[in-house]
Design a protein around this ligand. Structure first.
Ligand code: SF4
Length: 372
């Protein structure tokens, strides 16, 4: 049985300024032991999706429609008591900001032990022992002593590790990590990601990793979903996404990854910003920023299709994308080419939007007839 199956999820926020279309018709699934990346800029709908799975959407937000099956049971139809018994126990979440996720007036160790006592029915001594083991596992030095430290006595990296320890404390089947390394430096980021990866393997936990950084996804994920303006625009196994990206937004994200030895003066960026989710652009919502947009893109919303056939994907289709190119509705086509080259440290991918402005990126385009 599939561990998590989200089908046609739509979430809106009813604000004074208007209705925010945060997530639209989103479907994806995660199998046991999977590491599933969700990528996109701020406003793409990544965190709202995660909060929906935890059923943590609060007013003015509302889950309008869809189904979220966890081990075959629809989370959206569960009672408050049922969802509380799953949340933190079978599905855990590592939030972006550890500082706000930890209660400042309780020792870190006691907060984790409390979670264990609540969900696993442990006695006080056993919960403390398990907490110390977990703190040790996530790399907190001298865990028995640090058990009684307050959050402000932990560094940012240690706080983030403590949050991961808390999330793993009840051996969840699904660990949702929402930008887990945003608040830490790059050295700590590497350690935290390595810990998530190894702990997930050790506990056979599926991971849904939310990030704006495709580089992080490349390191630890098996499959990736790229989101834009509340919709999935591409889904693929991670290697396929890197070696053969099908959606111009994915290409743009990959072009903006800084690399060791990069000799560009400036990083390539995607022009413009995420659209206003209250008034989404017509047709393909990416068209105001897309270097390949044509008139058809302003009026026709592309469906997720199998890029090879241009047809509705079958259940076992691994790589799908939402661009009119694949349904034969573009005249000029997508004029970029992906190149793979070896570097001294690792294998690197190059693709290049043809405008030439990205020529030095990992994604560089080889043709030159399109203007941004
Ligand atoms: S449908 Fe058009 S605007 Fe959208 S990604 Fe494809 S080319 Fe770009």
């Amino acid at each position: 049985m599939t561990l998590l199956e989200v089908t046609d999820l739509t979430v809106k926020f009813y604000t004074e300024k208007g209705v925010v279309n945060a997530v639209n018709d989103l479907s994806f699934s995660i199998e046991r032991g999977d590491t599933f990346g969700v990528v996109g800029e701020s406003g793409a709908g990544k965190s709202v999706t995660a909060h929906s799975v935890m059923r943590l959407i609060e007013r003015p937000g509302h889950i309008e429609s869809g189904e979220i099956l966890f081990k075959g049971e629809n989370i959206l139809e569960m009672s408050e008591a049922e969802i509380r018994s799953i949340r933190g126990n079978e599905i855990s979440m590592v939030f972006q900001d550890a500082q706000t996720a930890l209660n400042p007036v309780y020792p870190v160790g006691e907060q984790i032990a409390e979670m264990i006592r609540h969900h696993l029915d442990y006695g006080k001594a056993d919960a403390k022992e398990r907490t110390i083991q977990l703190l040790d596992t996530v790399g907190i030095p001298d865990a028995p002593t640090r058990y009684s430290d307050y959050p402000h006595e932990f560094s940012g990296g240690m706080q983030q590790r403590a949050i991961i320890a808390m999330a793993l404390s009840c051996d969840p089947d699904l660990l949702i990590c929402d930008e887990p390394t945003t608040a830490v430096d790059v050295t700590t980021e590497a350690k935290v990601l390595a810990e998530i990866e190894s702990l997930a393997a050790e506990f056979d936990t599926a991971v849904q990793l939310i990030t704006h950084d495709l580089g992080i996804v490349a390191d630890i994920c098996d499959r990736v979903m790229v989101m834009y303006a509340g919709r999935p625009v591409e889904k693929a196994p991670v290697e396929e996404l890197y070696y053969d990206p099908k959606h111009p937004y994915t290409v743009g994200l990959m072009s903006s990854i800084p690399r060791i030895g990069d000799d560009r003066d400036r990083l390539q960026t995607i022009p413009g910003t995420m659209p206003d989710l209250i008034e989404l652009p017509s047709g393909c919502t990416f068209h105001p920023r897309c270097p390949y947009a044509e008139e058809a893109c302003t009026r026709t919303e592309p469906a997720l299709v199998d890029p090879e056939t241009g047809t509705e994907p079958t259940n076992d289709a691994e790589h799908i994308a939402a661009c009119l190119e694949y349904t034969g509705e573009l005249n000029a086509g997508l004029d970029y080419e992906v190149q793979v080259r070896e570097s001294t440290t690792d294998e690197r991918v190059e693709a290049a939007p043809e405008s030439g402005s990205v020529a030095e990126t990992e994604l560089s385009s080889t043709d030159g007839d399109h203007d941004d």
